[in-house]
Design a protein around this ligand. Structure first.
Ligand code: G16
Length: 542
């Protein structure tokens, strides 16, 4: 087995979703190889293992895929299922792992982070259930990376991944699959695509989908423009590019501006959506309305029985802690359990595997179900289209009717990106110190119901995750949450999540920013944001 001597890097602890670093970090000699060897060494049985391998097409994907194939060969793996040109969305990867019952998968993506030679790259490992490795496995990978002394890599030419088919590298079988086919088959089994196609054909206005020059382009063209019969051009920015066209492949109001402007034009499409770098996020828009991801999750849950795959109802639902409690209200009405987990899709895996939940989602533009073990951008878009086709109402009408039934959890997130890391940690410390005395106090007219540092005990395996964010809940159902991002690659990113509950119908026409304004002022004051970060305003508001 060709072996290379190496020394450990100290910074290979996976974050919220795998190891994300600037490309220059990954491109250092041995850096990628050390981490990949650590993943392979953490497998229960390396020799003879079968893995899925692919990525979002960002800069460095091609180099990393060839390296990993050569390492798979030298490490005695039996098979790697790779996709044409190495392009594979994260939810489609999750599906392939499950469908072909592999020992897991390696996904190359830094998700919504920008791509290019001076931008970000990432790598994550998914387990045989198709989901992101839980903390006990990522910690094991990290431990191995801290003491690694060697890795194995075959010496050979790069292989051609431009055609589907099969090839052998020594004893390693490499199958090159079409990235889209299996995924479309899965969508076909969940939704009534014929009904959606007929509904779309009856409308006299178009829909628009922004693939942001990232991985969903080929999937979206096959789905919307071929299967559902939408006109060519429905998919905007449909060609995956290594630098995502210079943009930030993050589907939100700031980064998908062109799509948002289209939907808010007088003669704009009646439905619009976007996905991110690796295809697991979604943003949903109707004509002149943005559906907040927390509301979207609640609406999907409330309407699930209208969708073929969920006709028999939901076992339960889950949301990440900072996600608004809109879905909690739906769960109460449906009489099902609602779990509050830390941020990170990996925390939903056990609940899905144990069949305790059917749907789950996050404020960070993620939603999904038990069909895979990742969030799934196009799945959410199809869910909405199926809903529109059944209810024959506009997005705005569906959202407003939802609020009339459940009240509105107006929601806004403020991000302070790339702030000084020490300052950000001091800010969190400063908040922690205040927590014990906050409950019962009235601040700017709002009475604190509870204040804590969120900790989660996994109800399935008993695992405990602490320090998952500061929650300050008020007795009127409103909330402020603070946490530091686990996906940033430069300095620290402070996220402040603001949620104002109202059941006053007059508030339904008001912008969310207006409804959360008093909370926003209080959040800045309580955490002394300007003092600790040096920032007077957030860099992104979604
Ligand atoms: C990842 C995780 C999500 C998480 C998001 C934001 O998303 O999979 O579960 O909500 O990061 O994390 P943070 O607030 O720590 O930056 P993605 O789409 O980047 O894989």
């Amino acid at each position: 087995m060709p072996t290379i001597k190496t020394t450990p890097f100290t910074d290979q602890r996976p974050g919220t979703s795998g190891l994300r670093k600037p490309v220059q970090t990954f491109a250092q000699p041995h850096y990628l190889e050390n981490f990949v060897q650590s993943i392979l060494d953490a497998l229960p049985q390396r020799e003879g293992a079968r893995l899925v391998l692919g990525g979002d097409g960002r800069y460095y994907n091609d180099v990393a895929i060839q390296t990993i194939l050569k390492m798979a060969e030298a490490n005695g793996l039996a098979e790697v299922l790779v996709t044409r040109d190495g392009i594979l969305s994260t939810p489609a990867a999750s599906h392939l792992i499950r469908k072909y019952q592999t020992d897991g998968g390696v996904i190359l993506s830094a998700s919504h982070n920008p791509g290019g030679p001076d931008k970000d790259f990432g790598i994550k490992f998914n387990t045989p259930n198709g989901g992101p490795a839980p903390e006990k496995i990522t910690e094991r990978i990290y431990e191995i990376s801290r003491t690694i002394e060697q890795y194995h890599i075959a010496e050979r030419e790069d292989i051609d991944l431009s055609q589907t088919g099969e090839t052998h590298l020594g004893n390693l079988r490499v199958r090159i699959l079409d990235p889209v086919g299996d995924y479309l088959e899965l969508m076909e089994s969940l939704f009534d695509l014929d009904r959606i196609a007929a509904y779309l054909a009856r409308q006299n206005r178009p829909i628009a989908f922004d693939a942001m020059h990232a991985v969903t382009g080929p999937y979206a063209r096959a789905l919307f423009e071929e299967r559902l019969g939408c006109p060519a051009g429905t998919v905007m920015n449909g060609d995956p590019l290594p630098n995502f066209g210079g943009g930030h492949p993050d589907p939100n109001l700031s980064h998908a501006r062109a799509l948002v402007d289209k939907l808010f034009a007088d003669d704009g499409p009646f439905f619009g959506a976007a996905s991110d770098g690796d295809g697991d996020r979604n943003m949903i828009l109707g004509h002149k309305i943005f559906v907040s991801p927390s509301d979207s999750l609640a609406i999907l849950a409330a309407n699930a029985k209208l969708i073929p795959a969920y006709r028999d109802g939901l076992k339960g639902v889950a949301r990440s802690m900072p996600t608004s409690a809109a879905v909690d209200r739906v769960a109460r009405q449906l009489g099902i359990d609602c779990y509050e987990t830390p941020t990170g899709w990996k925390f939903f895996g056990n609940l899905l595997d144990a069949d305790r939940i059917t749907l789950c989602g996050e404020e960070s533009f993620g939603a999904g179900s038990n069909h895979v073990r990742e969030k799934d951008g196009l799945w959410a878009v199809l869910f909405w289209l199926n809903l529109l086709a059944v209810r024959e109402q506009s997005v705005a009408d569906i959202v407003h009717q939802h609020w009339q039934t459940f009240g509105r959890n107006a929601y806004v997130r403020h991000d302070y990106e790339e702030v000084d890391s020490d300052g950000a940690h001091s800010l969190v410390e400063h908040l922690r110190e205040q927590l014990p005395g906050l409950a019962g106090q009235t601040l700017n007219g709002l009475t604190v119901d509870y204040a804590d540092d969120f900790a989660y005990t996994d109800p399935v395996d008993g695992g405990v995750s602490e320090h998952q964010g500061i929650r300050i809940g008020f007795d009127n159902g409103s909330r402020i949450v603070y946490r530091l991002s686990g996906t940033g690659t430069r300095g620290a990113t402070l996220r402040v999540y603001l949620e104002a509950y109202t059941d006053n119908a007059e508030d339904y026409a008001r912008p969310a920013t207006e409804l959360v304004a008093p909370l926003s002022a209080l959040a800045v004051e309580l955490a002394r944001i300007a003092h600790f970060t040096g920032r007077q305003a957030p860099s992104v508001i979604t």
